[in-house]
Design a protein around this ligand. Structure first.
Ligand code: GDP
Length: 300
């Protein structure tokens, strides 16, 4: 129990009940949280107390720079902690959801994490112009968009890999966008590694590993999380939601009322910008929905 027996490591996989912690020397420990409370996320730095061969207890989490998560009605789902860049993968086909991309951007903005859009499957030439049209709106928000085909490893290497060097990136995307293909291009053998790793750690073949951190060959890490169908953000406060809309920034502080919610107030500069077309109505609608969800959450 002596404190000096504690070792520092980083959580690189979450398997439901337990976690895989990697130490600086590369050794892996299968760790359980102390007590019932979990709350640890992939990307967290932690102190563990080794117990037996390759096993340990998470004594405590070290301070995190940020935490990305979503919350749907009853439960909270952690994506990752200590993230430097959010990579949102969308595809030329099937069509991506503006709603989910918008929500992912708000999650990143509220946590002060820069986001980058990857438009994948640009080899699907027939559908490319339409996809580019939809992507234009995102470029208009000041986002960097990297166009590539994840099937072309050389393209991934040239277009994306340099942007991921020496930082921790989180990969998010709806299923079908090509996230696994992209991960395999960035980290050759990532899929196979997950399998072997689960077996080695006795997590079983049908391990419930949902989120996993991989080391990039060129330096840096990438965290893969499962595809999602919904992205609740009811935990965000009104101020955090507002920060998720960078296009509001030039108008903030110009409303008639200092505590304007930008929903219906007279003299609201944001509503005026929506009416003039300077702010996209669809984005303001998302803002309204997020505020409503937050209010519903705090009411019960
Ligand atoms: P995930 O659900 O996001 O992990 O998507 P997958 O990586 O499993 O890819 C979904 C489908 O899209 C698979 O059939 C892939 O082969 C295909 N796919 C992925 N990237 C590309 C690409 O750049 N071009 C084309 N044409 N197909 C791709």
């Amino acid at each position: 129990m002596a404190p000096d027996r504690n070792l520092e490591g980083r959580i690189i996989a979450a398997h439901g009940r337990h976690y895989t912690v990697e130490l600086a020397d590369g050794s892996l420990y299968k760790c359980f949280p102390r007590g019932k409370k979990a709350g640890a996320a992939v990307g967290d730095y932690t102190l563990i107390e080794p117990q037996g061969v390759g096993e340990g207890v998470i004594v405590r989490l070290l301070e995190r720079r940020n935490l990305l998560y979503r919350s749907d009605e009853m439960r909270t789902k952690l994506f990752a902690a200590n993230v430097d860049l959010l990579l949102i993968v969308v595809a030329v086909e099937p069509a991506f959801s503006d709603e989910l991309v918008g929500r992912a951007l708000v999650a990143a903005g509220s946590a002060d994490i820069p986001a980058l859009i990857v438009l994948n499957k640009i080899d699907l030439a027939a559908a490319l112009p339409e996809a580019r049209k939809r992507i234009e709106a995102l470029r208009g928000l000041g986002l960097v968009v990297v166009e590539l085909s994840a099937l072309d490893a050389a393209q991934v290497d040239a277009m994306l890999a340099p942007r991921l060097k020496n930082r921790t990136s989180l990969l998010l995307g709806q299923s079908g966008m090509g996230k696994s293909t992209l991960l395999n291009a960035l980290v050759p053998g990532a899929g196979a590694f997950t399998q072997e790793h689960s077996v080695a750690l006795d997590a079983g073949k049908h391990s419930t590993t949902s989120t996993r951190l991989y080391h990039l060959p060129g330096g840096g890490d990438i965290i893969d999380s499962p595809g999602f169908q919904n992205f609740g953000l009811s935990h965000l406060t009104a101020g955090e939601i507002e920060r998720g809309f960078p296009e509001f920034t030039p108008w903030l502080g110009q409303c008639r009322f200092y505590n304007c919610t930008h929903l219906h107030e007279p003299g609201c500069s944001i509503l005026a910008a929506v009416d003039s077309g300077a702010i996209a109505r669809a984005r303001h609608d998302l803002y309204k929905r997020l505020l409503q969800e937050h209010e519903m959450q705090t009411r019960y």
